[in-house]
Ligand binder design. Sequence first.
Ligand SMILES: Nc1ncnc2c1ncn2[C@@H]1O[C@H](COP(=O)(O)OP(=O)(O)O)[C@@H](O)[C@H]1O
Ligand SMILES: [Mg+2]
Length: 389
Amino acid sequence: MEKSLDILLVSEDESITNQLLNSFDRDENNITVIRPDDVSREVNRQTRDMVIFVHTNSDYIVEQIQYIKSINPLTYIIFLTNDSDINTLRNITRAGAEEFFVLPEELSLFISRFPTIQKSYQMKLHSEKEQPIMFGRGRGQIYSFYSGKGGTGKSLVSSTFAQTLKLESAAEVILIDLNIQYGGVETLLSIEANRSIADLKPVIQELNENHIRNVSQTEEHSYLEILISPCDTEVEEQLDEDFVSKLLRTCRRSFDYCIIDLPSNMSALTATAIEESDKVYYLLLPETSSLRVLKYFEQLCERLGIHLQSSLELVMNKLSKDNELKLKDIKNLVRFPITATIRNDYKGLQTYINKGEPIRKKQREKLIPFAKDIRRFARSVLNPKTEQV
Ligand SMILES: Nc1ncnc2c1ncn2[C@@H]1O[C@H](COP(=O)(O)OP(=O)(O)O)[C@@H](O)[C@H]1O
Ligand SMILES: [Mg+2]
């Protein structure tokens, strides 16, 4: 049996609404009539099969269509308008609307065609389900890099990891620097920053993928998207928990992997990002002081009600023969899994850091030991069964 379709009718025109409601099969379709202002909220609330716009103000329509598509690319969008301006129609089609009908003359055409539209939508839905979803939209994972200590490699490891994910797969990847004020990812990847996440503040309530892509910078070698942190004390206070959670949820919908470089201080902003993350990679150095900070962080999270057990994994960084603690000793001292190990590679990194050059440029290139370790880590994430520490 075909499933009944969930349809949103966006309309303030009572007469057309009634005509449509009368002509649609109400047993087969679950129809909700809403006002244009409620579109974002309603498509967010549950998956919709179809959205039908009636006479909607064309200033916002493109944005709304893009937003609906960013949430569920399969949602079928139909536009009924009395504006037959070709530019408007072209824009809405380009934004992703499947069909448009010009009112009043094409209303009866629409009503008669509706059963066919419905059927072809059902068929499309069916065929999509049978295909394996490879990096489909909406599969976004949020991975944060954190440690309670500075200088453990959060920025270097997270940015190289993000670049490597991008170079090693077809996934859409975004790197988000949440070190408000003291960000440094742009230096590591030698990006000219003229926009920062603070530029998203005015649109945060209706944030969509386009806003993000307008503000993000593209790293020229890997095509990794990067959201740079603002370097302005005043904006810091404006970027609150609500901002961070909206930002991350939108990024999750539009990218396969969202990699976050977090600051060491446990602000409300850091806590929100940790809570929104599917995984928190905690960078640990092989020394007692680093272990002590981890214990302190665990206690703090407990007090704040943040559950780490399922999301926290350890990344051991700067490993060398002369370490104070050996890897096997650490394994006995911690209750979290060790997901990756990265060698201390002062020599290999030196030239890159001094020149401000990104560690990775091409998929095939000579890799320094640091980059090889990150590649192994990234591959284990992309392909969980094949590679493990
Ligand atoms: N595996 C490593 N081997 C050698 N040096 C490293 C390694 N990882 C990080 N570093 C160095 O440690 C310093 C701190 O790294 P950074 O990423 O800025 O740390 P954080 O963001 O945690 O403060 C940098 O100078 C970086 O080059
Ligand atoms: Mg840093």
